[in-house]
Design a protein around this ligand. Structure first.
Ligand code: BES
Ligand code: ZN
Length: 963
């Protein structure tokens, strides 16, 4: 963008003149549109974005608009006519946008977002409606830091409607945001596709616009593309016109929506298709026309009406791979039907396309009617995808489709309310997965989401669910475990407090009330409060407006239960937060559950039935029944040992077994429980039957093992023996080979167990892995190495690799290079850095920066670094930081920090990291750096407290020789 000043022209252009100036306003193929613009729907905007005093706008100077968190509200877009012409070979694009704008207050300025676009001042003009005038700006200033274009006119713009026209040029970048290129192979030839990724604030990198979620508008998109390509956007195609080697593709006008949901894709694809025939999930035959039943929500146009045809749902894949889209397609059709029922509002668009993109920054993106995915989150290969891959596809599809209502139809008013989008979609994706795959026990698996939320929120550097956002650079970092996982967990807590039916009905009312509009957190609480008659606002404010969560300490004293809440922090410090805690409680049996709101700091409770219950031999009390609440519980010694007994005898529910372990682990890390107590507790899970609980016990054990490598290396032999003895009986039961007809969870467990044994260096697991791997290397279809155990086998193989014997590493690279399945590539990448030899780890890390690894996949190699090499990875990160910081943005960049810094476990390393990032931090990584360093400090403290546990050696000796 160039800063320029132009003289002021006031001209009444003839249509010819307009054409000569490359304005394309009148070239629409739609006959009604070419002569006269359709009248705008009468849209009401529920918000008024904060503006510098509106009445003053006419007097302001361009300076007023700099350094503001949000755009001024004196003019708002109603309808965008957007035309884009990507050049896939040159990786550039040209475009023009014509925006119907509503000028609501006197102003000489129009201020829009734009970034990385080339706009010549002569390419901007404004035509007040009905005036016959075209106003040219006197000055077009681009404020680079604010990513805005300040367009100044010589005179005050007339109030009411007008059309802002801007022509621009840009680059199809390689950063996976804005309008970007992704590279694929077709018939052995490398090709580019053009893809958009606009959330949170990168639509401005594709076209000048009001790039904030509350400026909703209608979009009419036109693409000029090579004839042989498939061109997709949010809405169905209305017409294609071929002109020589290119074609112009006209899309239907969208309902009003936010800019971050606009999408455009151009490339070569195949697809599979099905329809949501109302009420059934059977796909309709392909020959039926792909049309929608519904009227446009604007009531403007109407699509043909065919009996039995529902919404067209397609999964687009690379050419030749459409069969891999079938599983996602089936899930999508079922999900759309379920959500239509659940939200009591039909899916708002005439079609739903989902597409796998080879280069993709996040997991998936919910663009309205055109959802984009990483290949691993959408494609499923019957022979080479694992059970975990299948579950991932189902959950991601359900999540993105949930956004079509929660996010797209009802949109957050500002990024402070991002959690409404993400927390809700996360929660409801489990609801859908549970409905379609009840045997997966996803609500138990959901506890892993809560745990990740708990861990981040136990840092002083966490943030409230409703978080202030003052600059666009801060937005990326709040797509984190607080918005997603704590968000989902507090929704679950509320749902379980209010009851499923009231919750669903109130949600449906909320969706109806705010459809085609924007909402804030409070709006949701109001709907739920109305629907339930409960004090939802008071209850929930304590969870969304302050960071952190409580640990409720429970003591049994004189037949009474004493409760006290304090803010839980992993550092062991006490925070000052206080919550309204929905306590649930069971005493000796699940048949009677007690519930109450705990508001104070401290209280005593007389429990009915407590006295009788206390007399029983197997007396136990469990708070936070089934772990539906977002709080931890710390029991007095007596109650804790009773619970351990209840775990051992399998009296508790799976969710409660999970909770007892997770709380104890967290308390131990914070120095509130002894490590030996935690180790005894882990031993109580030796007969565990639930996959998620056992997997959690395994992960907890491995993390203790990692910490002990620093704190008590002399105890590692016994620790290893204890863990291997603990795992072996399970591993023998599940074996290496899938049993016919066995369940999904068994398949997941097999991989988890074998990976853990491999990481612990269990020799017979490693030998068996190598034996099977060698067969697989010769025959990729061998039944000896099914997809569910491949990652474990690769990790095991890497235990045998060192710098003088690298054949295992080379074989893995061969598999990586030969497969065309992304999930297989990810399995290999995830194992490459798990050799115990630092030189091999370095080589793997260097490989991740090579051109052979897509930038989107680098993270998997880093995640595979094992305890032995955390410091190698940290040194490597420092050496390569400049390149990394230049090459990666958003999450891809912050991941490098989280994964590499957080595992360090000494204060010395913490100081080093602090020093290193002091001069290298910037707004987009500041939060992550702070959190990662805090995690190092916490680990270091845990190491110190472990060193002080005098009986650790004896207890481990005892545990290691028990079996
Ligand atoms: N809206 C997000 C995609 C996104 C993430 C955009 C970060 C911009 C920044 C999408 O709905 C999402 O949440 N995707 C998840 C997958 C989901 C199943 C948790 C992701 O990308 O990891
Ligand atoms: Zn999401």
């Amino acid at each position: 963008l160039r800063k320029t000043a132009l003289p002021h022209y006031n001209i009444s252009p003839s249509p010819k003149k307009r054409k000569a100036k490359r304005f394309w306003l009148n070239s629409s193929p739609n006959p009604s549109a070419s002569s006269e613009r359709p009248t705008l729907p009468n849209l009401s905007f529920p918000h008024t974005p904060p503006t510098p005093a509106v009445t003053m706008a006419a007097e302001q100077s361009a300076e007023h608009f700099r350094g503001q968190a949000r755009l001024p509200g004196f003019a708002a877009p109603r309808r965008y006519d957007l035309r884009l012409t990507p050049d896939l070979a040159a990786c550039t694009f040209a475009g023009s946008v014509s925006v119907s704008v509503d000028v609501a207050a006197p102003t000489r300025f129009l201020v829009v977002n734009a970034a990385d676009l080339d706009v010549s001042p002569g390419d901007v003009h404004f035509a007040p409606k009905g005036s016959g005038q075209v106003l040219l700006p006197v000055e077009v200033t681009s404020a680079l830091e604010d990513e805005i274009l300040i367009i100044r006119f010589n005179e005050v713009l007339p109030l009411g409607e007008g059309t802002l026209v801007i022509a621009f040029q840009g680059t199809l970048n390689d950063k996976m945001k804005g309008f970007y290129r992704s590279v694929y192979e077709l018939n052995g030839e490398k090709k580019n596709m053009a893809v958009t990724q606009f959330e949170p604030a990168d639509a401005r990198r594709c076209f000048p616009c009001w790039d904030e979620p509350s400026f909703k508008a209608v979009f009419k998109i036109t693409l000029e593309v090579p004839c042989e390509t498939v061109a997709l956007s949010n809405m169905p195609v209305v017409e294609e016109k071929v002109n020589g080697p290119t074609k112009t593709v006209y899309f239907q006008e969208s309902p009003i929506m936010s800019t971050y949901l606009v999408a455009v894709i151009v490339g070569m694809f195949d697809y599979v298709e099905a329809f949501t025939a109302d009420g059934t999930v059977a796909p309709l035959p392909h020959y039926l026309p792909q049309v929608s039943l519904s009227l446009s929500p604007l009531g403007g146009s109407c699509w043909p009406h065919f009996p039995f045809a529902g919404t067209s749902v397609r999964v687009y894949t690379q050419v030749g791979k459409s069969a891999q889209g079938k599983f996602a397609l089936e899930v999508a059709v079922k999900t759309l039907i379920l959500f239509k029922e659940y939200f009591a509002v039909p899916y708002p668009l005439p079609k739903m396309d989902m597409i796998a993109i080879p280069d993709f920054a996040s997991g998936a993106m919910e663009n309205y009617g055109l959802v984009t995915y990483r290949e691993t989150a959408l494609l499923f290969d019957e022979r080479h995808s694992a059970a975990a891959n299948k579950q991932r596809v189902a959950v991601v599809v359900a999540h993105e489709l949930a956004h079509q209502w929660f996010g797209n139809l009802v949109t957050m008013e500002w990024w402070t309310h991002l959690w409404l989008n993400e927390g809700f979609a996360t929660w409801v994706s489990y609801l859908a997965a549970d409905r379609f795959f009840p045997e997966w026990n996803v609500w138990i698996q959901f506890l892993e989401e809560s745990t990740t939320g708990f861990r981040l929120d136990a840092l002083a550097g966490s943030h409230p669910i409703e978080v202030d956002v003052n600059h666009v650079d801060e937005i990326d970092e709040i797509f984190d475990a607080i918005s997603y996982r704590k968000g989902a967990a507090v929704i679950r807590m509320l749902q379980s407090y209010l009851g499923a039916e009231i919750f669903q009905k109130s949600l449906a009312a909320y969706i109806k009330r705010f459809a085609y509009s924007n909402a804030k957190t409070e709006d949701l609480w109001a709907a739920l409060e109305e629907g339930s008659g409960e004090p939802v606002k008071t209850l929930m404010h304590s969870w969304t407006k302050q960071q952190g969560y409580p640990v409720v300490s429970v003591k049994l004293k004189d037949g009474k239960l004493e409760l006290e809440q304090t803010q839980f922090l992993s550092s062991g410090s006490e925070g000052v937060g206080q919550w309204v805690v929905p306590i649930t409680l069971c005493c000796c049996s699940y048949s009677v559950q007690q519930k109450f709101l705990f508001r104070g700091k401290q209280d005593d409770f007389n429990l009915s039935g407590l006295v009788e219950c206390q007399k029983k031999d197997d007396f136990w009390i469990k708070l936070n029944v089934d772990q539906t609440g977002f709080y931890r519980v710390s029991y007095d010694e007596e109650l804790a040992s009773r619970l351990r007994h209840a775990v051992e005898t399998n009296i508790l529910s799976a969710a409660d077994r999970y909770g007892v372990l997770d709380d104890t682990y967290a308390l131990c890390m914070a120095g509130k429980q002894k490590l030996v107590t935690l180790l005894h507790l882990i031993a109580a899970y030796k007969n565990e039957t639930e996959y998620t609980v056992l997997a959690h016990a395994i992960n907890t054990s491995l993390s203790i093992y990692e910490m002990m490598a620093v704190a008590a290396p002399e105890e590692l032999v016994n620790m290893k023996k204890f863990l291997i003895d603990f795992l072996e009986p399970f591993a023998q039961r599940v074996g290496w080979d899938a049993k016919s007809g066995e369940g999904h969870l068994n398949a997941l467990l097999r991989g988890t167990l074998l990976s853990a044994l491999a990481e612990l260096g269990h020799q017979s697991t490693i030998d068996e892995a190598v034996r099977r791997f060698n067969v697989f290397l010769e025959d990729r279809e061998t039944p000896l190495l099914p997809p569910d155990v491949r990652k474990a086998a690769y990790v095991a193989l890497m235990q045998t690799v060192n710098k003088s014997n690298k054949s295992g590493y080379e074989s893995l690279l061969k598999i990586y290079r030969e497969t065309d399945l992304s999930q297989e590539k990810v399995r290999v990448l995830g194992s490459l850095a798990s050799s115990p030899d630092p030189d091999v780890v370095r080589e793997a890390l260097n490989f991740l920066l090579s051109s052979e690894v897509r930038n989107q996949d680098c993270i998997f190699v880093l995640r595979g670094v094992t305890a032995a090499a955390h410091e190698v990875a940290w040194t490597w990160l420092k050496e390569n930081w400049d390149y990394i910081a230049e090459t990666f943005t958003g999450h891809l960049l912050t991941y490098f920090i989280t994964v590499t810094v957080s595992p360090l476990a000494t204060d010395e390393k913490g100081d080093e990291a602090e020093e290193f990032f002091k001069s290298r931090t910037k707004a987009s990584i500041a939060r992550t750096v702070k959190q990662s360093i805090e995690r190092v400090r916490i680990k270091a403290k845990w190491v110190m407290s472990t060193k002080g546990e005098a009986d650790l050696g004896n207890v481990l000796k005892e545990l290691a020789h028990k079996h």
